[in-house]
Ligand binder design. Structure first.
Ligand code: KIV
Length: 263
């Protein structure tokens, strides 16, 4: 995955291979993730795993721009997605004004919007004004308070039909791909195959066109949150704590610094 993906190459993966998307919030991790990811998402999840808040709702446009710039600096060869935070796309004009900021103030390749059929007009306005849009359907973390929690979608026939309408509306509005979060696996494949653009799943099973995970979840660094859909590829929290304990012990015992660390 060394060649930078484009909107066209992302679309062409549909039915051919699975897309790999991972979040990053800084240059350091973006550089480490770049060689093995197709797309790096600067998710508003940074409000939780970077800033320590209990949900994503208070992330701001300025913060997203700051972190997107850092990610673009670290992963110059990556397709970077900037998440639009809560309240920044409440109508067409606000959405365009804020998306233009992303394109003018960062090197991000597209914006991501938690939007289904109800916001398709906004997506259409953005795409017709030169903004590339990745949609986000299913469980929408920005709706956690209005929905009374994080609720898996697609449990009823009605919810399934709504998800298909959401996916189709976002595609018709010009989105080039979409994230689908927290959807029953047995219907996720049907939703993904109802559109011609890639549907990247998180907590939506294997029958979709790619997967996205929050880097601090998959590296086991974020201990507050341990959802079923996350596979931990390492126990980062234990590794970090053990390393810092060894450092602290060395400082106390004067094992560190030694000759080789000294000018
Ligand atoms: O903010 C985020 O990291 C996201 C992913 C969970 C898809 O939207």
């Amino acid at each position: 995955m060394n060649k930078k993906m484009t909107i066209s190459s992302i679309k062409k993966t549909k039915g051919v291979r699975s897309l790999v998307m991972i979040t990053a919030y800084d240059a350091l991790f973006a550089k480490l993730l770049e060689p093995n990811s197709d797309m790096i998402l600067v998710g508003d999840s940074l409000n939780m795993s970077f800033a320590g808040k209990s949900d994503t709702l208070s992330a701001t446009m300025d913060q997203m721009i700051y972190h997107t710039n850092a990610v673009c600096m670290g992963a110059k060869n990556s397709f970077v997605v900037c998440d639009m935070p809560f309240g920044t796309f409440i109508n067409k004009e606000e959405a365009l004004k804020n998306s233009i900021r992303v394109f003018q103030e960062t090197q991000a390749d597209c914006v991501k919007i938690e939007a289904g059929e109800d916001k398709a007009e906004i997506v259409k306005y953005l795409t017709s004004n030169g903004i590339a849009v990745c949609g986000h359907i299913g469980l929408l973390p920005q709706s956690v308070r209005s929905q009374g929690g994080y609720k898996v979608k697609g449990k009823t026939e009605q919810e399934k039909l709504q998800l298909i309408r959401d996916a189709k509306a976002i595609e018709a509005a010009g989105a080039f791909c979409m994230v689908m979060e927290g959807v029953k696996a047995e219907i996720a494949g049907e939703i993904a195959s109802s559109v011609t653009i890639p549907v990247i799943g998180i907590g939506a099973g294997a029958d979709v066109d790619g997967q996205v995970l929050v880097f601090s979840d998959m590296l086991g660094l974020f201990e507050e949150f341990n959802p079923k859909f996350v596979k931990k590829y390492m126990d980062g929290a234990t590794l970090v704590k053990n390393a810092v304990k060894r450092y602290a012990d060395d400082v106390q015992s004067k094992e560190f610094p030694q000759e080789i660390h000294t000018y």
